[in-house]
Design a binder for this molecule. Structure first.
Ligand SMILES: [Zn+2]
Length: 120
């Protein structure tokens, strides 16, 4: 046993040159290992020249994730007061203002007539 043996008694491994890893890419190692562990990627060969690609189900899912979001007037927001009547209700953005469905479908002239002057 040499005097440099590790604590478990094994001989120290001789130093060797390893290729410098890209610090940015190696940051994704845990995610890449997950892709492998869950079978979300597949290789088209088993030698060192294999090309990796996402399995078709993952490609379809990614496509749905990058599909354009619905138009702003179709999104419903919770936790906002209606910009017209002030009620807490599900709202949609209309001309940059959160409006409840009742106010959104009420003609503008009627809303203006209803509006009370605000205290200064
Ligand atoms: Zn309203």
């Amino acid at each position: 046993m040499s005097e440099r043996a590790d604590l478990d008694g094994s001989e120290p491994v001789a130093p060797r040159t390893v290729e410098a890893e890209d610090p940015v890419i190696s940051r994704f190692d845990p995610m890449l290992r997950s892709l492998l562990a869950f079978g979300l990627v597949e290789a088209d060969g088993d030698d060192g020249t294999a090309q990796w690609r996402l399995v078709p189900a993952v490609q379809r899912r990614l496509q749905s994730l990058v599909s354009p979001a619905p138009p702003a007037d179709k999104l419903i927001y919770f936790g906002h007061r209606c910009g017209s009547c002030g009620e807490h209700a599900p709202t949609r953005i209309s001309s940059g203002t959160f409006l409840c469905d009742a106010c959104r479908t009420t003609p503008v002239e009627e809303l203006i007539a209803r509006r009370q002057p605000r205290p200064a």
